[in-house]
Design a protein around this ligand. Structure first.
Ligand SMILES: [Zn+2]
Length: 438
């Protein structure tokens, strides 16, 4: 990390930045509304470019060097729905650390059940409503206002602040943060700390997420006449042997493995396995009568979520071991495994500099200690720590997690204001790479 002129951040400066954020409250609401009005629905990836360019214009108006990076080569990237990401960098004249804010601009489809228009940004009773209000355009707007207050105060005197608006988080993030990370934008040589303002509730810090191993298992037997099943080998029964072993041995064992990761809800502190889909025999849908055959194929998709304490090789070996035993039950059975997706668990340590700074400012502003959580499912942090080398990365932002992807999604304006203060104070103290002033 380059040397920078470090002195304490004066408490009066933090107080003035908080006042500026209060004064920017209407701008914060307007910015959230503006972002909601881009219907960045994924799939298919609508209005990505318009939204990315709007954020880019906002950043450039504040002096940032702005660039756009397209998720070219990603399966969903087409000329009709280009995967456009925006990155802005604000650099002080003096060297110092770089704090990067990353928000995904894509939202899931509105779905049914709305009583307000999903893409208008209606303001009512201290809330902004709309698809993406909570997940996570409110968080993006709060981070932008935090940056604005720091700039208006003239407080970016060393180091750099970056902001990226990225696509496709809701579909794996490969054309979004994934491509930024693969291009080196999350290299430790250029970025020190990353805040992802996902809706985790503004008094909680999300340290990371469990790992995922998605695999398709195909059990194979031998076709035969349904009237003489003893002349065939049923792949469905073979899969049944495997499922029985899962039920009797592996699932109870997973339930006893408890992680130190602070996952919420608490059930996710165990290793888990979901049976995602199963199909055997004649392809579906079919019309008329089924053919009388012994099924020679049965496919099962499993979704194994694993803990930071578990090893991926072990996760695989457990499944292979049970499959070997299921296969051994009957001559003529065989199986294969196709891995669909793997992401390692990731967790920033609770005493990492970014976490300690966020904890401090949450406690100052809320009057109670911050809660540390971890996510049962993955989010874009996986790309930053897998392809990038930044380790000091967390999710922190406004919005109530349970409202994400729901009809009538909203974000509280007070929540956005307070989390903008937490982000601004944290950024300033990290830029000066020292403990907080209070
Ligand atoms: Zn999100």
């Amino acid at each position: 990390m380059p040397e920078s002129p470090r002195g304490p951040v004066p408490p009066e400066q933090i107080a003035r930045i908080f006042q500026r954020i209060d004064a920017l409250r209407d701008d914060l609401v307007a910015l959230t509304q503006r972002l909601i009005r881009f219907p960045t629905i994924n799939p298919p990836g609508d209005a990505y470019e318009a939204c990315a360019r709007d954020i880019g214009a906002w950043l450039s108006a504040r002096g940032a060097a702005v660039s756009y990076l397209r998720g070219e080569g990603e399966p969903d990237d087409t000329d009709l729905h280009p995967r456009i990401n925006v990155i802005g960098r604000l650099e002080a004249t003096e060297p110092g650390p770089c704090i990067h804010f990353n928000g995904h601009i894509d939202v899931v489809e509105p779905g049914l059940g709305w009583t307000v228009p999903p893409f208008e940004g209606l303001v009512r009773d201290g809330r902004v409503y709309g698809r993406g209000a909570c997940d996570m355009k409110g968080g993006i707007a709060a981070a932008m206002i935090a940056i604005e207050a720091i700039l208006a105060e003239g407080a970016l005197t060393c180091g750099a602040i970056e902001f990226s608006g990225t696509v496709d988080e809701e579909s794996g993030g490969f054309g979004g943060v994934g491509i930024l990370a693969r291009r080196g934008l999350f290299d430790r040589s250029r970025v020190d700390h990353v805040i992802i303002p996902e809706p985790l509730n503004p008094d909680r810090v999300c340290l990371g997420h469990r790992g995922v191993w998605w695999a398709e298992i195909e059990m194979r037997g031998q076709i035969g006449h349904g009237a003489m099943p003893f002349l065939g080998v049923s792949a469905i029964r073979g899969m049944g042997h495997f499922l029985r072993l899962l039920e009797e041995e592996l699932l109870p064992a997973l339930g006893t493995r408890v992680t130190r990761m602070p996952c919420v809800p608490k059930g996710a502190r165990q290793a888990t396995l979901n049976l995602n889909s199963i199909h055997g025999g004649q392809p579906e849908p079919f019309h008329g009568l089924p053919a009388p055959v012994v099924a020679d194929r049965c496919r099962l998709v499993i979704d194994r979520r694993y803990l930071i304490e578990e090893d991926l090789d072990q996760v695989r070996a457990e499944i292979v071991g049970l499959l070997d035993r299921a296969r051994a039950r009957e001559a003529g059975l065989d199986y294969s495994i196709r891995e669909i997706m793997t992401f390692a668990p990731t967790m920033t340590e609770p005493d990492a500099p970014l976490v300690r700074e966020l904890d401090h400012w949450i406690e100052v502003l809320f009057g109670r200690p911050a809660e540390h959580v971890a996510s049962p499912g993955t989010y874009d942090q996986k790309h930053i720590t897998r392809f990038g080398s930044v380790r000091d990365c967390v999710a922190y932002g406004p919005g109530i997690l349970d409202l994400a992807h729901q009809p009538d999604e909203w974000v509280g304006i007070d929540d956005m204001v307070i989390s903008a203060k937490v982000m601004a104070a944290t950024t300033l103290c990290l830029l000066h790479n020292r403990g907080n002033p209070a």
